[in-house]
Design a protein around this ligand. Structure first.
Ligand code: FES
Length: 149
């Protein structure tokens, strides 16, 4: 199996078996954005306590790349410091711009999205969840009312 095939499988696995796809806990910071090119939408919920992102969840619908990226984001960012989350977002954008070549150790499953660089129209798909996360962490979204509605 080529590396491209392996990466494709990792993306499809996150798309078909999304991690942390559920409404966020009450009080979580949240934001929603859509990709203007297609209308696909992602909402990210981030619970922040003492400068740490203790839990990240998402909801949304869209293409496999956007949804897999959101699923991977929740795993990569959950449990990090807010500053680390920002740094990871910066590096992810760098990877999508073809400027950063992160190691698998550092990036985990996110590395599977590296090949998206070859398809400029899909880069927005991969970055969408990260835009939403950063907006939520900046407090530009709103606070979640909880999972009960
Ligand atoms: Fe809509 Fe990818 S085609 S986010």
């Amino acid at each position: 199996m080529s590396l491209d095939d392996l990466y494709r499988e990792v993306i499809l696995d996150h798309y078909k078996n999304p991690r942390n796809k559920r409404p966020g806990p009450e009080g979580a910071l949240t934001s929603t954005l859509n990709n203007p090119l297609c209308g696909d939408e992602i909402t990210v919920f981030a619970r922040v306590e003492d400068g740490k992102v203790t839990e990240v969840t998402y909801q949304g619908q869209g293409c496999s790349i956007s949804q897999a990226s959101a699923s991977m984001l929740t795993e990569a960012v959950g449990g990090t410091e807010v500053e680390e989350a920002g740094e990871l977002a910066r590096k992810f954008r760098g990877m999508m711009a073809g400027e950063v070549d992160p190691s698998e150790d550092e990036f985990g499953d996110l590395i599977a999205l590296k090949g998206v660089v070859k398809y400029p129209i899909r880069i927005k798909c991969a970055v969408l969840a990260w835009d939403v996360l950063q907006e939520a962490l900046r407090g530009e979204g709103s606070a979640a009312g909880g999972a009960s509605h």
